[in-house]
Write a protein that binds this ligand. Structure first.
Ligand SMILES: Nc1ncnc2c1ncn2[C@@H]1O[C@H](COP(=O)(O)OP(=O)(O)OP(=O)(O)O)[C@@H](O)[C@H]1O
Ligand SMILES: [Mg+2]
Length: 349
């Protein structure tokens, strides 16, 4: 029996991004992305979740090479991190991006057709009529009528504008689409329509997605794998069902507890934990685990480098509780409730 593994379309290794800032009159750096490893297989969607400021957009911009980053990025097996801007040009069209706000990403003084055709002007030698017919083709792909090409963005609704932005993003036949909060500004029913569109485009065009959202329900719906970011680092990643049904890292567990459960009897825990403590200053992250200042299970060992622990059911979690938690006697952490129970048991002994 042979197993077919899809080729990797995107692989980032040890990705680091720092921004120079001035704080209290001193020059320092915000460490927005710190040593992130991730990979996406062909045809797959990797969801990125994490609170505001955890580095999701910075990660996307680094992968797109819109900002300078340390570490390696491979696109379809080619290491592009060492390439000059000129050398990278040939690879740029393989990765395209859709942003949250189609109002600001579409130039109001250009017709829809002109906006959607722009990448063709930059990257191909197509004639005007060739561009026009390709524009009509992609408008059809995203469910818009050909004659919309002659109208202006402000004549369209939010959902239609997002379809126009998607049309422009796919016109060069990219391999990877990065969606940064691409449906976050839309109402729920429009969100669902745009998500279905993205799913059907993935099938029809063989796309892979890096899908960033703070909305966990949306990420669960569309992703195959999920990475959980906190203060610039990935604390847990794995297959979507394992992450949502059996989150291994305390941070993931707390994050999921904050999602309202539609059926109360399925509620993960009766006592919801509220996060206390402060998110550390990104110019001066603590050594070891960045979540230790808010983690209910923080131990001395948490200021040591984080382990990378393989979790049953797939993926990894970077928590000392799995390996060296004295309270758990080294047992894997099945849920926060188990951990609390074990903790209470030990305290009453
Ligand atoms: N151009 C910049 N200059 C300085 N700091 C920046 C810059 N861009 C982002 N940051 C900082 O980097 C960190 C990560 O920001 P980023 O926008 O990537 O987070 P995010 O996860 O996308 O958040 P959100 O959910 O709000 O979009 C934050 O501390 C942010 O303040
Ligand atoms: Mg962002």
């Amino acid at each position: 029996m042979s197993t077919v593994t899809s080729p990797t379309v995107l692989e980032a290794t040890g990705l680091e991004v720092s921004f120079p800032v001035v704080r209290g009159g001193h020059r320092t750096t915000v460490r927005a992305v710190r040593g992130v490893d991730l990979s996406i297989a062909a045809g797959e969607t990797l969801g990125i979740v994490g609170e505001s400021g955890s580095g999701k957009s910075t990660l996307a911009r680094a992968v797109m090479r819109l900002i300078p980053a340390e570490g390696a990025v491979e696109l379809l097996g080619t290491d592009v991190s060492g390439l000059s801007e000129r050398e990278f040009r040939a690879h740029r069209r393989k990765v395209q991006m859709v942003f949250q706000d189609p109002y600001s990403s579409l130039n109001p003084s250009l017709t829809v057709g002109q906006s959607v055709a722009e990448p063709l002007k930059v990257h191909t030698k197509m004639s005007g009529p060739e561009r026009r017919s390709r524009v009509e083709e992609v408008l059809d792909l995203v469910g818009l009528r050909a004659e919309f090409a002659d109208r202006y963005p402000d004549e369209f609704s939010g959902g239609q504008r997002q379809r126009i932005a998607i049309a422009r993003a796919i016109i060069l036949e990219p391999e990877i689409l990065i969606c940064d909060e691409a449906v976050s500004a839309l109402d729920v029913s429009t969100q669902n329509q745009v998500l279905s569109l993205l799913e059907s485009l993935r099938e029809r065009l063989g796309l892979s997605y890096l899908f960033i959202s703070h909305d966990l329900a949306v990420v669960r719906h569309i992703s195959d794998h999920v990475a959980v970011m906190y203060l610039g680092e990935v604390l847990e990643q794995g297959p979507v069902d394992r992450i949502f049904e059996r989150p291994a890292h305390p941070y993931t567990q707390v994050l999921l507890e904050a999602v309202p459960e539609p059926e109360p009897e399925l509620q993960r825990s009766t006592t919801k934990r509220v996060l206390e403590g402060e998110i550390p200053d990104p110019t001066n992250p603590p050594p070891g685990c960045p979540f230790q200042s808010r983690c209910p299970f923080a131990m001395d060992v948490c200021s040591e480098p984080m382990p990378v622990v393989e979790i049953e059911g797939g993926g990894i979690s970077r928590c000392h509780l799995h390996t060296s938690g004295p309270r758990l006697g080294g047992a894997p952490l099945a849920s926060l409730d188990d951990a609390v129970a074990t903790q209470e048991q030990q305290e009453t002994r």
